[in-house]
Design a protein around this ligand. Structure first.
Ligand code: MSP
Length: 516
């Protein structure tokens, strides 16, 4: 088995860092799994990957959550952040680091970024008067607020807002309007999907106001250098985590040199404004190159509503993992929920998806071919060069499906990618049905070997392609094909084949049980 290095790129990918205000839920799992799939895909495509996730621990929202539990904020954060960290294992995330914004390394990076913004003349002291949502940790304009039953709500997120008047430092966001528009124009894929890019551009074109970047009415945060009455606005603090994890401000550090600017921030559409407007503006002002891309996925809905703690309509990821296994959850979320738009999930659809794609299609393909080869070929098949028209037809169909796969992944079209790969599995199953190798054992052993060789080679390809999505199950299959970790690699997309003429297998246990 050969291993070809096709290219060696560095790829830095991040999840949002999560508020440890309550227990993790499916929305958090969703953001994290999407990022993990891209991280694993890039590793399998010979890139050097750094994958970051973590928790966002400062601000009024967290201070209030700690008060509610009668805990010191840091003790509260230690407790809940650990639950998020444990979840990374349960979701089988391949993250290289887990950052907490209460860590010293983060404090250093935020202070440096602030000092740079002061030095560049982008920060000034004034007074903030306006609406604030603690739940979103966001300021809203008057035209973004509406009234219901005597209370005020953000029309953007639906969360309650309160009136705030306090001394505050401001970031000169308005001065960056033109430069941001130029930046979006030059970097057409900075914001994906395109519908989100348009939303952001329209928002910026409608005029940006300076942004309040410090608070004085509470203390849980990073103090403004030389003015300890102010804590730094939690979003300026939180966004900087992407730099802190690379040991910024030590710009000669290997991590920073290798991985900044970030390749991809995976986020939900609700936090696009912060990542696609504020973040590049802060970075440009501080003379730091902005990230290459922000991908804003849609929401997971339960019925027609966003799944969220406050709405009480949560499907608990841990219960689903216990019952169906992590690969089933990962596959379902990645395939069924279209990443650009919102998607409704339900247990019923999860079960249908497991049965149709995993148990009856990919799982069945692996099981039937492995057990046939074990029982009839002494666990070993050999290829000969006599290919038939039906073999060629299968190769053509598969090559057609393989063609755009790298591009689909590199443009975050995960749903299309999965549909193409599962179609290869469907075609291979059909090929076996049509070729009926079980009829050839006594009459044409050579042809039978060829059919099984072709089927096993397709199984290897499908497993490598599905590996980022369902790593546990595909690793079992690839291990049973005696493939080493090194050969779980997308080189075959360029090279064409995986094996050298003979395939030996080991026993394979059932991968996915059909749900009845
Ligand atoms: N702490 C900020 C992010 C700071 S990043 C520098 C935050 N945290 S969060 O815990 O509220 O949300 C984190 C992510 O979970 C967001 O990307 C959000 O979109 C995602 N989800 C939360 N509920 C969701 C759904 N119901 N569906 C899909 N994702 C949603 O925002």
């Amino acid at each position: 088995m050969e291993f070809w290095i096709v290219k060696q790129d560095n790829f830095y990918i991040t999840t949002p860092i999560y508020y440890p205000s309550g227990q993790p839920h499916m929305g958090h799992a969703y953001s994290s799994i999407i990022a993990d799939v891209f991280a694993r895909f890039k590793r399998n495509d010979n890139c050097k990957v750094f994958f970051l996730t973590g928790t966002d621990e400062h601000g009024l929202k967290i201070q209030k959550a700690a008060e509610k539990n009668n805990l010191d904020p840091l003790i509260h954060c230690n407790k809940i952040s650990k639950i998020f960290k444990d979840l990374t294992k349960k979701l089988n995330l391949s993250n290289d680091d887990f950052i907490r914004t209460t860590e010293e390394r983060h404090h250093k990076a935020v202070t440096e970024l602030w000092n740079r913004l002061v030095k560049s003349g982008d920060i000034y002291l004034s007074k903030y008067k306006g609406w604030y949502s603690v739940s979103d940790e966001a300021y809203y304009n008057v035209d973004e607020v509406s009234e219901k039953n005597g209370k005020k709500f953000s029309t953007f997120s639906g969360s309650q807002v309160e009136w705030v008047e306090e001394e505050s430092f401001f970031f000169k966001l308005s001065a960056w309007e033109k430069k941001l528009l130029e930046f979006y124009e030059k970097n057409k894929k900075f914001i994906l999907p395109t519908s989100r890019r348009n939303e952001v551009i329209n928002f910026v074109k409608s005029g940006l106001k300076d942004l309040s970047v410090s608070r004085t009415s509470f203390t849980w945060g990073i103090k403004v250098p030389n003015n300890s009455n102010h804590v730094i606005y939690v979003w300026l603090d939180a966004l900087t985590n992407y730099l802190s994890a690379l040991n910024f401000p030590n710009i000669s550090d290997k991590l920073y040199k290798n991985f900044w600017p970030a390749s991809l921030h995976v986020i939900g559409k609700d936090i696009l404004r912060f990542h696609a407007i504020y973040w590049p503006a802060f970075l440009l002002a501080a003379n730091i190159e902005p990230p290459h891309r922000v991908f804003g996925h849609g929401w997971i809905l339960s019925g027609d509503e966003k799944m969220s703690k406050s709405k009480g309509n949560i499907l608990n990821p841990l219960e689903i993992i216990d019952k169906y296994g992590i690969d089933s959850l990962r596959y379902y979320l990645m395939k069924e929920v279209s990443h650009g738009s919102d998607g409704s999930i339900s247990l019923k659809n999860l079960e249908l998806c497991i049965n149709s794609d995993l148990a009856n299609n990919y799982g069945n393909l692996c099981q039937r071919v492995f057990s046939f080869v074990k029982n009839n070929c002494n666990s070993k098949v050999k290829k000969n060069n006599n290919t038939t028209d039906s073999d060629k037809k299968l190769f053509d169909q598969i090559n057609q499906s393989l063609k755009g796969l790298r591009d689909e992944m590199n443009n975050q079209n995960l749903n299309n990618y999965i549909k193409s790969v599962i179609n290869i599995s469907f075609l291979t199953n059909k090929y076996i049905n049509d070729e009926e190798p079980w009829k050839l054992k006594k009459t044409n052993n050579e042809r039978m070997n060829n059919i099984l060789y072709i089927a096993l080679e397709q199984i290897a390809k499908i497993s490598i392609l599905l590996n980022p999505i369902i790593p546990n199950s595909t690793n079992k299959v690839l291990e049973s094909l005696n493939m080493t970790a090194k050969s779980i690699n997308l080189a075959f997309l360029d090279k064409g084949n995986i094996f050298d003429g003979e395939i030996k297998i080991k026993e394979l246990d059932i991968l996915f049980k059909k749900i009845t």
